[in-house]
Design a protein around this ligand. Sequence first.
Ligand code: NAG
Ligand code: NAG
Ligand code: NAG
Ligand code: NAG
Ligand code: NAG
Length: 353
Amino acid sequence: MAVGAATARYTAWDPRGWSLTKRVSAAVGAVVIIVAVIVGAVLGVRANRYPSYTKLDYRLVETYSGSSFFNKFYYATSDPAGGFVQYIDRAASEWLNLTYATDTSAVLKVDTTYNGPEQVADGRQSVRITSNNTYADGLFVFDILHTPYACGIWPALWLTDPSNWPAHGEIDVMEAVNMGEWGNQATLHTSSGCNMGVKRKETGTALYKTCYWDANDESGCGVRGAKATYGPEFNSQGGGVYAMELRDAGIRVWHWVRADIPSDIISGSPDPSTWGKAYADFPSTECNIGNHFKNQSIIANIDFCGGWASATEYYTTQSGCPDSCETFVMDNASNFTTAYWEFKSFKVYQAST
Ligand SMILES: *[C@@H]1O[C@H](CO)[C@@H](O)[C@H](O)[C@H]1NC(C)=O
Ligand SMILES: *[C@@H]1O[C@H](CO)[C@@H](O)[C@H](O)[C@H]1NC(C)=O
Ligand SMILES: *[C@@H]1O[C@H](CO)[C@@H](O)[C@H](O)[C@H]1NC(C)=O
Ligand SMILES: *[C@@H]1O[C@H](CO)[C@@H](O)[C@H](O)[C@H]1NC(C)=O
Ligand SMILES: *[C@@H]1O[C@H](CO)[C@@H](O)[C@H](O)[C@H]1NC(C)=O
């Protein structure tokens, strides 16, 4: 009896005992929960999207080193960046010793002789070299002995297609201003539709997330390294290696001071899959890398002043540099003896297909 009475009653959780209203709201509630779970899962998967940087087998395709280092570059004599500089051609650079190469290194420096408004009327003399060869992809290993630093300078080691900018993209591997105390900055500049507000695996500090060249005062999407990644601290350790990998999955940059260069780089069989987290990671998640980066040449230069180096917060506040940028650059030749790049080699590897 007691059993029969009990079975006639439903527990509160049994829908057979519910009113129609309760059944409908329970069904709606269930649908809402299911939709929420699906949307949450989709958003979670989207936020976690990350390209597959599978191991590639890299082969050496180009070496820039030794006394013929500068032979595979051309010297540009105009400055699209609008700095206070006079870029000189190859003959003048060799005559004035602004570029010279030996068996062990290649030096690119600025004029440290001339002073005043007559001799330095259109800016201080310097050099901008661009590789004749262009690359669609590859692993670029830059071995650097000395990075330039001095008040008023804006040096860079980078890649672009100068005749198709910004359509073919720009990859700044090393860039700094003045005394370099901000550390290195690696930055992309592209046409529209390339963004980095996505999952990244990097040790550096991400700045702007949009790479579109015209956004944020033409800042691009940069990643800043620690102070020792550039300038006197980097140089005092014998310099080191910066490696940049450009492939459809993304663009990544690593760096090491000389004592820490991986043995696979030293032995000439570089394998980024063994290097761990990059310093700068620009994955292809919201940027079609193959479409935004094409036909890249390697460029090294030292500009003066211009938008970044002479910006107040960098020039005066951070670096404590005197006068206006252009006045200092015009009058103080002897302050530019530290403004030189010294390269041991550049090596370009591409994946065997
Ligand atoms: C690179 O280009 C420059 C300028 O066009 C040319 O003078 C030089 O011979 C080229 N170098 C090589 C190795 O082809
Ligand atoms: C150029 O530099 C080399 C190597 O440092 C030096 O031997 C030579 O005297 C320099 N020439 C000039 C014109 O400064
Ligand atoms: C690649 O770059 C070179 C050098 O800047 C340029 O002359 C050439 O037109 C470019 N090629 C293409 C297909 O864009
Ligand atoms: C730069 O040169 C000018 C003119 O010779 C001089 O007055 C000034 O003191 C110099 N500045 C520094 C920081 O050496
Ligand atoms: C410029 O050089 C002078 C003379 O060596 C030095 O006293 C001064 O500190 C330098 N100034 C800067 C800003 O580098």
